[in-house]
Design a protein around this ligand. Structure first.
Ligand code: PLP
Length: 234
């Protein structure tokens, strides 16, 4: 068994235990494998171990990986999520290669993505990134601006609004982590009460996925616990 395969198994068991503690069904939490800084071979290994959904932070790197795997005749059933900060000049690459974008935090970028999404592809699946704890130099829409953004994005023709994503500042301790995630869950519930049909709450990474599952996350984004530690600069 490869290290990646063993790690994946461990993460899946961890999610299952968290779900059990929270009285939730493990099938309701999707594992997104964050392959940033790791090469296409790491993706192949994870795929061989049954992983289907992958996330990338850096647009250029992600697109190269997706293209390389496609050239290899790799199964096209993989699902690719862009989870990193979005710049306008990279939006076309994102619109043409990814299945999902989780880091939409302003209308202008959503409009570009909608305009640039090729007709032959399914609508781009989108989560809005919320800066829930208002971290100083972080991306994400402020909670007070979320409703207006959601209303505008939901109108765009080539985009399908699926949910919310957040990356809170790291805090220590299960309860403190869960309390921040619950604030995002409350925003998610509020939007659904207003008639949005959101099904994706993307919360939790290697260090806090247990608290995220307790708060209602439906998708955890896990990098290091699957692929190992990354170089410090990345
Ligand atoms: C890197 C990254 C992750 C994965 O983080 P790990 O700590 O490696 O699990 C998840 N979400 C986002 C937005 C990231 O940038």
């Amino acid at each position: 068994m490869t290290t990646i395969e063993a790690n994946l198994q461990e993460v899946r068991e961890r999610i299952a235990r968290s779900c059990q503690r929270a009285g939730r069904d493990a099938k309701d939490v999707t594992l997104l494998a964050v392959s940033k800084t790791f090469d296409a071979d790491a993706v192949r290994q994870a795929q061989a171990a049954g992983q289907r959904v992958f996330g990338e932070n850096y647009v250029q790197e992600g697109v190269e990986k997706i293209r390389n795997l496609q050239l290899d005749g790799f199964p096209t059933s993989l699902e690719w999520h862009c989870i990193g900060p979005l710049q306008s000049n990279k939006s076309r690459l994102v619109a043409e290669h990814f299945d999902w974008v989780q880091s939409v935090d302003r209308l202008k970028i959503a409009q570009r993505l909608s305009e640039q999404r090729p007709d032959r592809m399914a609508p781009l699946q989108v989560c809005l990134q919320v800066n829930v704890d208002q971290g100083a130099n972080k991306s994400g829409v402020a909670p007070g601006d979320l409703l207006a953004l959601a209303q505008a994005v939901a109108q765009l023709p080539r985009i399908r609004l699926r949910g919310l994503m957040s990356v809170p500042e790291p805090v220590a301790g299960f309860e403190a982590q869960r309390d921040v995630f619950l604030q995002v869950k409350a925003l998610f519930d509020d939007l659904n009460a207003r008639g949005f049909a959101l099904d994706t709450l993307s919360l939790g990474m290697s260090d806090d996925l247990d608290a995220a599952v307790a708060a209602g996350s439906t998708m955890v984004r896990v990098g290091r616990a699957i692929f190992g530690s990354r170089p410090a600069a990345a």
